[in-house]
Design a protein around this ligand. Structure first.
Ligand code: PLP
Length: 383
């Protein structure tokens, strides 16, 4: 966590600095969607004595989520298989508690979200990295197969992927399912798949979404409303057990959701956020505007000769630092008041990540700096 904490410390004042052009974390830079406030306002006055009592998963929220998943993924999700949580963070912690014992290994993608590792270590689990393809950032199924050992209990996948913006096709999940079935047989223990899908609804150009839950029965899905509403401070998400998990195993897991939710520190979201789920389910940031931001930033960087992965989803843009050293690139930008995330946070010292949650105005103001710094570093790079 040291790298992340240090980076947090370094950029902490940015939100209060009107001149800073901040492309670091996926935080909002404009006022929240009015629909979010309306939804919460409609639920804030108590209608019964237990309105603000201790809550676990509210039935109304579970029903809406299960129906939404049935529509989106074409699988027969049941309300009882949905655990409402404090965002995807809460759901991921719950999955670790459900499927892994202290000392177990959990396979994670690299580059991947920088919190998997610290969360695993805090749960006394051992992160094992499986590299994505270094050029396309596709899943490398062989790398995952090599990372699995007799101590592996969970494999984590993330599509649409942070930081690369890649969305993986069904064929990748079919190949992964074969590997996981085979490895589970070989090692005599079931390997679970955690599909981290907080960006599931943030996709561009009508790109299809396939969940691995449709390919590998032993899958659980975590989700967060923090991304699609761009309101990560209002903690709401869920863990969904796939309906394809055999009935007996699913029944045992259902029974474990509540006690393990308590054990990880009452990982349930607050009452008002849960009551708001029916109204929030269909609410989204403006995807057309996000696509325009992506196109503007992507186009400018490509024109400047920067190697960038064209995001198919998420609100991130992943590129290779001009000159090859992301630290120099980020430092040169910071000197001009432009802040991007160094790839070192993702164990990729040659890359950088830009969050497209910044305003279009910030993007327009940052582009000349990005172009000039890229030209300087490319000129100075050893040939
Ligand atoms: N998973 C990934 C890949 C993420 O990028 C994030 C947040 O950045 C999370 C999970 C956690 O989401 P939340 O903060 O909404 O719980």
């Amino acid at each position: 966590m040291d790298k992340v904490t240090a980076f947090f410390g370094r950029i902490q004042g940015l939100a209060d600095d009107d001149d800073a052009l901040d492309f670091t974390f996926g935080n909002p830079h404009e006022l929240a969607l009015p629909g979010l406030s309306d939804a919460m306002r409609a639920q804030v006055d108590p209608r019964s004595v237990d309105w603000f009592a201790y809550k676990s998963s509210e039935r109304s929220a579970q029903e809406v989520v299960a129906a939404g998943l049935r529509d989106e993924l074409g699988l027969a999700f049941e309300p009882e298989d949905i655990a409402m949580t404090q965002g995807a963070f809460g759901a991921i912690s719950l999955a670790f508690a459900l499927f892994a014992d202290a000392g177990d290994e959990v396979v994670i993608p690299v580059p991947g979200w920088f919190c998997y590792e610290p969360m695993l270590r805090a749960a006394n689990l051992i992160p094992v990295r499986a590299a994505l393809d270094p050029v396309s950032f596709d899943l490398d199924i062989d790398a995952i197969a090599r990372a699995i050992t007799p101590r592996t209990s969970i494999v984590v996948v993330n599509s649409p992927a942070n930081p690369t913006g890649r969305v993986y096709p069904r064929s990748a999940w079919e190949a992964l399912a074969e590997v996981l079935e085979e490895a589970s047989r070989t090692h005599g223990r079931r390997i679970w798949l955690l599909s981290d899908e907080p960006y599931r609804r943030i996709r561009f150009d009508g790109v299809d979404f396939a969940s691995p839950a449709a390919s590998y029965p032993w899958t659980v899905i975590d989700y967060s409303y923090g991304k699609v509403l761009l309101a990560p401070g209002q903690r709401l998400g869920y863990l969904a057990l796939s309906p394809l998990i055999p009935t007996e195993a699913r029944g045992e897991l259902r029974d474990a959701l509540f006690p393990l939710g308590l054990a990880i520190g009452w990982g349930f979201p607050d009452a008002v956020m849960q009551y708001s789920v029916p109204a929030l389910e269909t609410l989204s940031i403006d995807m057309a505007e996000l696509a325009r931001k992506r196109d503007r930033m992507y186009g400018a960087l490509v024109d400047a000769g920067v190697e960038v992965t064209r995001p198919e989803g998420t609100f991130y843009l992943w590129g290779r630092a001009p000159g090859g050293d992301a630290r120099s690139f980020c430092d040169a930008l910071e000197a001009r008041g432009v802040y991007v995330m160094p790839g070192a946070l993702f164990d990729q010292p040659h890359h950088f990540r830009i969050s497209l949650t910044a305003t279009m105005d910030s993007i327009d103001r940052a582009i000349p700096h990005l172009v000039e710094v890229a030209a300087e570093l490319n000129r100075d790079a050893p040939r």
